[in-house]
Write a protein that binds this ligand. Structure first.
Ligand SMILES: Cc1cc2nc3c(=O)[nH]c(=O)nc-3n(C[C@H](O)[C@H](O)[C@H](O)COP(=O)(O)O)c2cc1C
Length: 384
């Protein structure tokens, strides 16, 4: 990407809105209830200022960070996205490949539209996100499959004890099992490229889960399998059991309370993803950026903290690191990029753009590496 290329998440989002049928755009773009948590995620970033430091002589800069015994090109990765195949049939594979070549983490969702095994063949460094659902045998098998595929990091999502209520999906009647309405049919006619792809490749499937359904299971039974992934069965004893069997780094995703973060650390977690699920679960939830400093204070300086929810620019990544994050994740922007510019091109350009923006931010903040981004750069300064 040269200096003149402009990629920004707002423009990508608008392009995605035009390219995708309304019910698909709303599914990826929307949040729970009145979307206050979704708005809060962005507002938290927009209102946080960083004070430039001058004359630092920081000519030599690097955006690289190390985490879980490897170097990453920059402190961001791709958050797990269920049903991403709605945007494009090859999206999971393309996102994983782009992340692999760029050198940032990609997390495949339990509800992904490509299987662990198929992605691992193209992008061996994939991380896997597990919904600890109702079916214990299925969970054991998914963990065994991740281990057999040499998945280096397992992510357990904790913030879906009950499904989120998303009004846009309900208004669009986009509920599983999928039953097209007349309005949807018209929408599909207005987006022939998308409709043609679905016609050619078939509707997206829960590729990680379908083997647990009876052969030839109906869409409705697959939908039940997916619904069973939201489960309040996931509790601390179960977390401890999984910790005992999973031999490699384990992350807990969806933590917002410092006491939960401390408990996870004491139970042997290797890192926490501070997240409100992109504002898709509890509309009253705080912005992760606001929750982060107290969590950092509670767990100490060593435990890796990843943050997602509202990260849109390299400067946002710098803001999150100043507040105590080790790394950030982005969800929707990679979907917008894939919809706007194609799954092979858009996400790769977005990665370059975020890295370039972060490098510029480091330069202006008098920093040489992401580890120089400290709370002292916050304006107003962090409370001690
Ligand atoms: C369409 C969509 C599907 C998602 N599916 C999952 C999922 O399967 N598992 C999960 O842990 N989080 C899921 N999330 C939440 C993301 O991993 C991440 O927390 C969130 O998107 C971050 O916010 P951002 O989109 O503002 O970057 C999903 C988010 C979206 C937008």
């Amino acid at each position: 990407m040269n200096e003149g290329t402009i990629i920004d998440a707002t423009a990508l989002r608008e392009a995605a809105r035009r390219r995708l049928p309304r019910f698909v755009f709303d599914f990826i773009d929307g949040g729970a209830y009145f979307e206050r948590a979704l708005a809060r995620n962005r507002a938290a970033f927009e209102s946080l200022c960083l004070t430039p430091r001058v004359l630092a002589g920081n000519v030599e800069r690097s955006t690289a960070v190390s985490l879980f015994e490897r170097q990453w090109a920059a402190p961001f990765g791709i958050a797990p996205i269920g049903m991403a195949g709605l945007v494009h049939p090859q999206i999971d594979l393309e996102l994983a490949s782009a992340a692999q070549s760029f050198g940032v983490p990609y997390i495949l969702s339990t509800a992904g539209t490509a299987s662990i095994e198929s992605i691992q063949a193209r992008a061996p460094a994939l991380w896997f996100q597990l919904y600890v659902g109702r079916d214990a045998a299925m969970i054991d098998d998914l963990i065994a499959r991740a281990e057999a595929a040499s998945v280096p990091v397992l992510v357990l999502t904790a913030d879906v004890p009950t499904p989120g209520k998303r009004l846009r999906d309900l208004r669009n009647r986009f509920v599983l099992p999928f039953r097209p309405t007349l309005r949807m049919a018209l929408d599909l006619l207005r987006h022939p490229a998308w409709s043609w792809r679905v016609l050619m490749d078939g509707a997206p499937r829960f590729a990680n889960l379908e083997r647990y359904d009876a052969p030839g299971a109906s869409a409705s039974s697959l939908a039940q399998t997916m619904a069973a992934q939201s489960s309040a069965r996931f509790d601390w004893p179960l977390f401890e059991q999984i910790r005992k069997v999973w031999p490699r780094p384990l992350l807990l995703k969806g933590v917002l309370h410092p006491a939960d973060a401390q408990r996870a650390r004491d139970a042997g977690v290797d890192g926490i993803i501070v997240s409100n699920h992109g504002g898709r679960q509890l509309d009253a939830a705080p912005a992760p950026l606001h929750a982060l400093p107290a969590i950092r204070a509670a767990v100490g300086s060593e435990l890796p903290l990843l943050l997602d929810g509202g990260v849109r620019t390299g400067e946002d990544i710098a803001r999150a690191l100043c507040c105590g994050a080790t790394m950030t994740l982005l969800g929707r922007p990679f979907l917008y990029a894939a919809a706007a510019l194609g799954p092979a091109t858009g996400p790769a350009l977005l990665m370059q753009c975020l890295t370039n923006e972060l490098d510029r931010a480091l330069g202006q903040l008098g920093c040489s590496t992401p580890t120089d981004l400290k709370p002292t750069l916050l304006n107003p300064p962090a409370q001690s």
